[in-house]
Structure formats: structure tokens, C-alpha cells
Design a protein around this ligand. Structure first.
Ligand SMILES: [Cu+2]
Length: 128
């Protein structure tokens, strides 16, 4: 009796560890050398100019950048998504995992956008 309980708890611990490892390795993933698109010389703003599209959400939901920054959306979901900016009207093609879309914001303001396929996916770019 006792022994089987111990075995069961060991087994569940092992599977928890395995699940954690899987979750971890599917998380980041190596950057595919950014395929020469943009990111050549990152001016002011630099690091924080990427929005990751994953699990039917934009992250970060609100991104603040300096005027003139190219924002890159990096698609990392199994489903296709896009970026549909309300004003000015800018819509990316539908993108799937591994693809990106870039747009340079030159004028300060607040830019709301959605994924037009899943309109509950909302995001905002604040340009200073
Ligand atoms: Cu979507």
C-alpha cells in the first residue's frame, strides 16, 4: 500500500518536471537570424520595439516607443493573426508562426489596433 503511493507520487512528480521542460523549451526558441528584415540599426527605443503575438494575445498589450521607431510584431501562434491599425488604416497580411510584420511610427500619438480575425485581440502602441 505504502509503496504504491510513493511510486504514484514519484511518477506524478516526473511528469510535472517533463511538462515544465516542454513548456520551457517551446517558450523562447532561437531567433531565426531575423531574416534581414529591419533591426539593422535600432535607434532610440531599441529593445522594446517588438510585440509578440501568442496565445491569441499581443504582448505587451501596450507598447510605448519613441517616434521613428519601427515596431515589429513577431507571430508565434498556431493560428494565423494580423495587425489591423485603426488610424491610420494599416493592415498586415495574415501571418503565421515564424513570420513578422513591421511598421514605423513617425508621429507621436496613441495607435489602437486589433487582429481583424479575432477582434477581441487588442493592442495599443503609444508613440512619444
Ligand atoms: Cu488573431
Amino acid at each position: 500500500m505504502r509503496r504504491s503511493v510513493a511510486l504514484a507520487s514519484m511518477a506524478s512528480t516526473a511528469s510535472t518536471v517533463a511538462a515544465a521542460l516542454v513548456a520551457c523549451s517551446s517558450g523562447g526558441g532561437p531567433d531565426p537570424a531575423s531574416s534581414g528584415e529591419g533591426s539593422s540599426s535600432a535607434p532610440a527605443g531599441g529593445a522594446g520595439s517588438t510585440v509578440v503575438v501568442r496565445n491569441f494575445a499581443f504582448g505587451p498589450r501596450t507598447l510605448t516607443v519613441a517616434a521613428g521607431t519601427k515596431v515589429t510584431w513577431r507571430f508565434a501562434d498556431e493560428a494565423d493573426h494580423n495587425v489591423d491599425i485603426t488610424q491610420p488604416k494599416v493592415q498586415s497580411p495574415n501571418r503565421h508562426a515564424g513570420q513578422t510584420f513591421g511598421y514605423t511610427f513617425t508621429t507621436p500619438g496613441t495607435y489602437d489596433y486589433v487582429c481583424s480575425i479575432h477582434q477581441y485581440m487588442t493592442g495599443r502602441i503609444v508613440v512619444k
